[in-house]
Each structure stands twice: as structure tokens, then as C-alpha cells.
Design a protein around this ligand. Structure first.
Ligand code: FHN
Length: 469
């Protein structure tokens, strides 16, 4: 049974992934959350986010306690889906709260980890689908301050630490699914507990809208609101009720998952990198480091550092942001393998950050790979075959070539560049020795490269350019 529900869940995720891909070609300039906003105002609002390129997602809640296992059975889905998957009755899930006492939580440490990793913003689960609020809430006593021995408000502590360390903070909020409050959505399956029965509008009015108001009025500046998993219940009219709340946080960025047809500010491909990005739209790939968003005990599936870094570069080269998730455990400790990966990325960014932050997409494109002419995916679309030799990011007057494969003969050939290249060097070379560039009609040749890569994962070649006259 567990597996069949997982299949349903996976299917739904796949459907949303396909929907995201099919929106590839849609280009919407303004945000439908901010009617009347001009293109210039929108650019100003999005400026920090476009500069940031790299953020930390945090999935942390009561589900960190069972950590993917219920009554001795390992639940074969994301750990934060345990209550849904194992059909845990509300009255059996709620007693997790008095056991939740994450005394190891240290907001400063978390924010410093993000900052050290080169992440410019943090999005944390204020309330996930289990309905438990990780903040003080007058709207429901099912919250970390009132229902746990911890009694502290981690979002408040995080907000203070973010302000102190200059990191932006945003809140994930599950507006549609809620498996504990009457009337909340249970994602394509009937309520499994009578305690979940109720009216969806009552749920929105009594829990969701008041809690978002709390989040918007008690934690200082909130930079992002990250909605999730809307269902057909979230109609346009219901979605519109959220709009006045956004005025409480001028400048806020809102993702595309409210529902009701709202496109929001950002596309949110999940667990994949779209082949061509979303030309004309801001977008952010969210991804787990291992195979679960919430903490799962004994999960040693962390992706290698090389994969994570190349994902970041790949995403930046297509004009997007990378929102990389960590799942702290029930003591408030971030799994060491996740800490290690983030530190490694931070070390690379300390040397090569200028090739990521504030960059634009590649002017080339073919380096990322190509669509197969023969293979089709389940929806009948051509399968994308990625290439992993190099990527390119850009700034006015600069091209950054991220080399994953190092040329053995000290000579690199690239496609032709439609600008005069007047200087070339390697970001990781402390002396920034000048490299030789020859520009031909069809190709660009860089020579004088060292015999081996300065960074085995990605060495960045900087080409300084001026427009052709
Ligand atoms: O169901 C959630 C999941 O638990 C997680 O929060 C991710 C993050 O994007 N969003 C949903 C699945 O799309």
C-alpha cells in the first residue's frame, strides 16, 4: 500500500514537472501578484534575487523525529510525507510535539553555514503539509512554541541571525495541504481521519491567512514567500484572498505555487534542471542533497560535491537560481555530509564567485547538450542528452567558461564569440597570467593553459570582451 501511494505521489510530482516544462515557452513579463507594477519596478524588486543565484532550502519540522520510519516500517517516500504515507491519525501524530526538543538548534550556526557556502538567502519551512507551525502562532496551538518543550521560536532566531549576517530570509508555507487542521487538503486522497474533515474555506480563514499575516508582521523583512502543492481547491477567487497580505511585505518575491492560475514571480522546477531554462522568466531549481527533503535517518545518498557544484554552474548558465535543501534532524543538527558538501561549494565560490553571482545565461547553448532525435520521454517529448564538458556564464564585457574537462595539450577550442576578446585568464590563478586568444570565423582558440586543471571540479576561464564595431 505504501508503494502505491508513493506512485500516486510520484505521478503528481511528475505531472507538475511536465506542466513546468510545458510552460517553457511562455514568457510573462509582469507578476500577477503585483498588478500595476512596471517592468522597471519588477526588475528592481527581483534584482537581489537575480544577483544571488544560490540559496538554502531548509525542511525542518516534527517529521524529523520519526525520520522516515513509523511503527518499525521504513516509509518509502520523502521523510516529511510520513504522516500522509503511513496514514497516521492526527491524534497519533500530534504527540510527536511534546517529544520535539531540538536543543542543538543554533540559528547563528545555520546562517553562517549558508553564508560560508556562498548562499545568499534561506527559505525555511514555516509550516509543511503536516500542519505543524515552526513558529509562535495564535491561529493554532499546534506550533513549536506552545506544543513542545523547546518553547523557542526558531524562525525568530533565524530572522535575527539573518539580519546580523546579511542573509535574506524567506518562508515556505504549505497553504493548501494540511493533514492536521480540519479542512486542509490531503492531496488527491480522501481524509484518512475524521479529525481532518472540515471546510476548506474555514481552514483558509482560520489557519492559513492568519498564519501568513503572523509571518509577515513578526519577523521583520521577509524576502520570499514559497507556496507549495496547490490543488484544484485553490481557485482563482481563493487565491485572490492572499493578495492583500502581500502588501505587508513590500518587495516580496512569491513563487508560482499558490494555485488558482497565479504565475507568481518564479518558476520552480523541482529536482531537475530544465534543458533551456525559462527564457523571459525568473526560475529556481529546488533540489535535495540526498533523496529526501526532511531528515531521514541513515540516509547516505548525498550527491557528490562535483554533481552539486556542476548543477549550480549549469543552472547559472541557463539564467536560474539553485535552491539547495538541507534536512536538519530532531536535535537541530544538520547532517555532517550535508555540511561538508556546502563547505566544499563555499570554498569553490570563494575563488570563483564572480562567475556565478549576478551572471546571465550563456550566449552559446549547445554546450549544455541536445535533444535526442530518436528517444522520447513518457510524455512523448524528445529526451534531453546533457553534455558535461563546459558551461558559460556572462556579465557585461565578460564571459566565464567553466571547464569540467581539462584540455591535455594546453589548448582549448570554443565556438566563435561575437565580440573582441582582449584578455583571458583563469580565476583560480593567483597571478592571473594572461592567456593567448585567437579569434577565427568559426571558433575561438585559447592557448597557454597549464598542463592540469587548477580545480579538478571546475576551473573558470575568464574572457574579457568588448563589442565588435
Ligand atoms: O510535497 C512537497 C515536498 O515535501 C517538498 O516540500 C517539495 C519542495 O519543493 N515540494 C513538494 C513536492 O513538490
Amino acid at each position: 500500500m505504501l508503494t502505491s501511494v508513493f506512485a500516486l505521489y510520484a505521478g503528481a510530482i511528475l505531472a507538475s514537472a511536465i506542466a513546468a516544462v510545458s510552460r517553457d515557452s511562455e514568457v510573462a513579463s509582469g507578476s500577477d501578484f503585483m498588478p500595476g507594477e512596471s517592468a522597471a519596478q519588477r526588475d528592481a524588486r527581483m534584482a537581489w534575487w537575480r544577483e544571488a543565484r544560490f540559496g538554502m532550502f531548509i525542511h525542518w519540522g516534527l517529521y524529523a523525529l520519526p525520520a522516515g520510519e513509523w511503527n518499525g516500517v521504513k516509509v518509502p517516500v520523502y521523510a516529511e510525507w510520513l504522516m500522509h504515507e503511513a496514514k497516521v491519525p492526527v491524534a497519533e501524530y500530534a504527540p510527536l510535539a511534546p517529544q520535539f526538543n531540538p536543543i542543538g538548534f543554533d540559528a547563528d550556526q545555520w546562517v553562517c553555514l549558508a553564508k560560508g557556502a556562498g548562499m545568499k538567502y534561506i527559505i525555511i519551512t514555516a509550516k509543511h503539509h503536516d500542519g505543524f507551525a515552526m513558529f509562535r502562532s495564535a491561529a493554532s496551538r499546534f506550533n513549536i512554541v506552545d506544543a513542545t518543550p523547546f518553547k523557542r521560536d526558531p524562525l525568530k532566531e533565524l530572522a535575527e541571525a539573518c539580519t546580523k549576517h546579511g542573509v535574506r530570509l524567506g518562508f515556505y508555507y504549505s497553504q493548501n495541504q494540511d493533514w492536521s487542521h480540519p479542512g486542509g487538503d490531503c492531496w488527491h486522497i480522501p481524509h484518512w481521519d475524521k479529525a481532518q474533515d472540515g471546510d476548506y474555506d474555514d481552514y483558509l480563514n482560520a489557519i492559513v491567512l492568519p498564519q501568513i499575516r503572523e509571518l509577515f508582521t513578526r519577523y521583520g523583512k521577509v524576502s520570499v514567500l514559497w507556496f507549495d502543492t496547490p490543488s484544484e481547491q485553490m481557485t482563482r477567487e481563493r487565491g485572490q484572498r492572499f493578495l492583500p497580505l502581500l502588501d505587508l511585505q513590500p518587495g516580496i518575491i512569491v513563487n508560482d505555487r499558490l494555485g488558482g492560475g497565479f504565475k507568481g514571480d518564479t518558476e520552480t522546477p523541482e529536482q531537475y534542471i530544465p534543458a533551456n531554462g525559462y527564457p523571459g522568466r525568473d526560475w529556481e531549481t529546488c533540489m535535495t542533497i540526498n533523496d529526501s527533503w526532511g531528515y531521514r535517518a541513515g540516509d547516505d545518498t548525498s550527491k557528490p560535491f562535483e554533481t552539486l557544484l556542476r548543477n549550480l554552474i549549469d543552472i547559472a548558465s541557463k539564467g536560474g537560481n539553485y535552491l539547495l535543501n538541507i534536512g536538519p534532524d530532531a536535535t537541530g543538527t544538520i547532517p555532517p555530509s550535508q555540511v561538508e558538501r556546502l563547505q566544499q561549494i563555499g570554498q569553490w565560490l570563494a575563488v570563483n564567485g564572480e562567475a556565478i553571482y549576478g551572471t546571465g545565461p550563456t550566449p552559446f547553448g549547445a554546450e549544455a547538450g541536445r535533444f535526442s532525435e530518436t528517444e522520447r520521454d513518457d510524455s512523448g517529448k524528445p529526451v534531453f542528452k546533457p553534455e558535461w564538458k563546459w558551461r558559460c556564464t556572462t556579465k557585461p564585457g565578460e564571459l566565464f567558461i567553466h571547464l569540467f574537462e581539462w584540455p591535455t595539450d594546453g589548448r582549448l577550442e570554443l565556438p566563435a564569440v561575437q565580440a573582441n576578446i582582449f584578455a583571458a585568464d583563469l580565476l583560480a590563478d593567483p597571478s592571473h597570467a594572461a592567456l593567448t586568444v585567437q579569434q577565427h570565423d568559426q571558433r575561438t582558440v585559447i592557448s597557454g593553459l597549464p598542463a592540469s586543471a587548477l580545480d579538478a571540479t571546475a576551473t573558470v576561464l575568464r574572457l574579457k570582451t568588448e563589442p565588435l564595431v
